[in-house]
Write a protein that binds this ligand. Sequence first.
Ligand code: NAD
Ligand code: LMR
Length: 330
Amino acid sequence: MSNTPVKVAVTGAAGQIGYSLLFRIASGALLGPDTPVELRLLEITPALKALEGVVMELDDCAFPTLAGVEIGDDANTIFNGANVALLVGARPRTKGMERGDLLEANGAIFTVQGKALNEHAADDIRVTVTGNPANTNALIAKSNAPDIPAERFSALTRLDHNRALAQLSRKTGTSVNDLRKMTIWGNHSATQYPDIFHAEVAGKNAAELVNDQAWLENDFIPTVQKRGAAIIEARGSSSAASAAAATIDHARDWLKGTAEGDWTSMAVVSDGSYGVPEGLISSFPVTTSNGNYEIVQGLEINEFSRARIDASATELGEERDAVQALGLLG
Ligand code: NAD
Ligand code: LMR
């Protein structure tokens, strides 16, 4: 085991996602069994007592990879020296609430945290935003951290990606191990576009294999787009364990790399690829290695996909304009 622990900051650590996420990070699921981890956990003051209880449970697991835990309510202290930041803390959407309603409530959190990361995080910091509205919160954090390269900020669409894999696996009667090259485009919202035109099922093109336009339009796409809302409806609160698992998948693949012949979906700052306006934090197919990502280039986009990618980019542009008008973009 190497000696220097990687400092992983998690916000909203006493929340539902935190309760699943922290134990997986501490057990080595993010960085592997040979890398010690120091958890640095941020919460709002009233939640610190509950967080102390979570830390007692972390202690009681006696994880060999957990080198230390620091908790607090000051982002400047908690982000000090952080190598990885998982920004989960936010106000979750509740029944009947639209994501747009969350922009103002959550925007303020991400201006403060972006500034604190800018001042105190380690030089190799990589930031993943899970808290909703994730893409626009990531944009706010990035805009308030001018000294951190823009490509170090990302938002989570891996849960959508994993949901799409599960639906395609069920439809084709195959294992998720046989699936490659799924893509989520756009926003982590109901306008996101899960794209199977480039996906592969055991080496065959998924769209051709499925060959069922009605399923694609009326089942697959809406099921993935509305899965978050369906879980809220059923559970009475938003997805937590699956969101934690996806956050680990996202950050782990970013640091360790995607498999040869495959890619994943991450919301990252657009360089204008595929007509998504530059500067928006939008989901793309990406390959990763050594903590860097590249947007997969050269995919042919058919008319069906074009309309859906454009619709989600339009929504992201509207969210950007809304937070810009609120003065949240640094
Ligand atoms: P939760 O309410 O259980 O926990 C959120 C925690 O964040 C709370 O403990 C709260 O005290 C804390 N918090 C609030 N403001 C904070 C701040 N300024 N600093 C630090 N902590 C703060 O919610 P949850 O179920 O854990 O969900 C967290 C977020 O993740 C929500 O925004 C939810 O919508 C989002 N989410 C995203 C995805 C995705 O795929 N991107 C999936 C599921 C949930
Ligand atoms: C999810 O996709 O499960 C969540 O983002 C849903 C939500 O809006 O909180």
